[in-house]
Design a protein around this ligand. Structure first.
Ligand code: EPZ
Length: 430
């Protein structure tokens, strides 16, 4: 089983190229099957969830051609099935995007219900509410969502919960429905806007993405397109926190600074220096960083996917901080791991009270989920001594070349698959 081993103490210093946004790419890949013409997608992150999505698109009969590591050409004219029942696809949550894409194009879809995951139950009731509002009949059978419609007709949909997935999924189905759909209380994340822009590049008529009211006027069919994915806001934020945690000096390159404003604001509040360029942000950590409070909120609020990374940062500041997790009900599982490193954090419901400590000591840790795993690596890079992070498959789902990018910033970290290799690392760096 692969794991990361690292020796803490090196500040992260230098520049890091940020990859394409995983959560935009997942929606865009699903939407790419909605036309029978060629679609070329650039700046795809080379991460596990994306590769699983591409396999599933191939499984239902589309032609997928890798033009290079980050560019793919898809032609969905040969799709022969609207049932996506691939064993791998069950492992990624974004499989639900196939419902909106297949329902929009073929008026029929059969897709496994996404599993919950370690951060909460993650229902899809709002997705299904939207599809029904467009005229689809929805049944749950044998662990799958069966969606069928004679015709899809635009409607007025009000989301009870601000949901990224539901916003993207309903937008896809409505884009090929008859008439106008008004989607209220929509999510405004950058990746929602990216999927809307992608659909519009195929001929859709979507206005208002990025606001809480999206107006979609259905069209008859989509044409081909070439499209480049936006940079990953959360990967960038993770490296920005890496600079703060290790008291380093990191410039994240190929980013959209506006997407990072909530993260930059918090790093400024704790005393980091944050310098914004046109397509880069530089973060300089300070020896003494202050506490602050955070509440995760839908965009443009502080992103829930940055909550663990910020908790590690605050755990190494002076004073007491509070983090309120308002999006998911179980997103503090990493706190026990930080306690083993000397962290002083108390979780009461959806609030974590963090008493800053001077430093961590290295420990054997287990990654509970994607973002918490990345946060534990940051903690290990700041800790005294050696840290091992297990279950790094989670991290590889969303971070491309994570350890290589960290190594290039001066981190002493390696991926190893045996205790023998871990000992070799200890001897080499001892
Ligand atoms: C997306 O998940 C992201 N995943 C998540 O990132 C991210 O944390 C989340 O948005 C919030 O920003 C992908 O894009 C693949 P939601 P999603 O629907 O769409 C509730 C990562 O680390 N809800 O916005 O599933 C839900 O339970 C991952 O990259 C309903 O109640 O999230 C949650 O409390 C982790 N009913 C809240 O809404 C629904 O039908 C927000 O969920 C849908 C959601």
């Amino acid at each position: 089983m692969n794991r990361y081993i690292m020796k803490g103490g090196n500040p992260l210093v230098g520049e890091v190229q940020i990859s394409g946004a995983k959560n935009a790419a997942l929606g865009i890949l699903a939407a790419s099957i909605m036309t029978d013409e060629n679609v070329v997608i650039e700046n795809l992150p080379d991460v596990r969830d994306i590769n699983v999505m591409l396999e599933a698109i191939q499984e239902i009969g589309a032609n997928v051609e890798r033009l290079d590591r980050h560019t793919v050409q898809i032609n969905a004219s040969s799709i022969h099935a609207v049932s996506v029942d691939d064993e791998y696809i069950r492992r990624i949550r974004a499989s639900y995007y196939f419902i909106g894409a297949l329902l929009g194009k073929y008026k029929s879809a059969e897709v496994p219900l996404p599993g919950g995951c370690n951060i909460g139950s993650r229902p899809i009731d709002q997705h299904l509410k939207g599809f029904r509002a467009l005229g689809a009949r929805i049944e749950i059978e044998r662990g799958a969502v069966l969606a069928h419609a004679i015709d899809l007709v635009g409607g007025h949909i009000y989301l009870d919960v601000v949901s990224v997935g539901a916003t993207i999924n309903i937008m896809m189905a409505a884009a090929l429905a008859e008439g106008q759909t008004i989607l209220e209380n929509a999510a405004k994340e950058p990746h929602v806007v990216d999927v809307a822009n992608f659909l519009n590049s195929m001929g859709a008529n979507i206005k208002g993405a990025g606001t809480d009211i999206i107006r979609i006027r259905g069209v008859r069919r989509f044409h081909g397109t070439e499209y480049s994915i936006i940079p990953d806001q959360i990967e960038a934020g993770t490296f920005m926190c890496g600079a703060a945690v290790t008291r380093g000096d990191v410039t994240v390159k190929n980013v959209i600074p506006k997407h990072l404003e909530a993260i930059s604001a918090k790093l400024l509040e704790i005393g980091c220096e944050v310098i914004e360029g046109d397509d880069e942000v530089r973060v300089v950590g300070r020896p003494r960083q202050r506490s602050t409070n955070i509440k995760t909120l839908p965009y443009p609020g502080f992103p829930t996917d940055m909550q663990p990374q910020m908790a590690v940062t605050l755990a190494l500041t002076e004073g007491t901080s509070m983090i309120t997790e308002s999006i998911f009900e179980n997103r503090f599982k990493y706190v026990d791991e930080l306690t083993r490193m000397g962290g002083c954090i108390k979780v009461e419901g959806n609030v974590a009270v963090i008493d800053g400590v001077k430093g961590f000591t290295g420990a054997q840790l287990e990654s509970p989920d994607l973002r918490a795993g990345a946060a534990l690596v940051l903690a290990g890079l700041a800790a005294e001594g050696y840290t091992v992070v297990d279950e790094i498959g989670y991290i590889q789902r969303g971070y491309e070349c994570f350890e290589e990018k960290l190594q290039r910033l001066g981190a002493s970290i390696e991926m190893v698959d045996s205790e023998k290799k871990a000992n070799k690392f200890r001897l080499k760096t001892g």
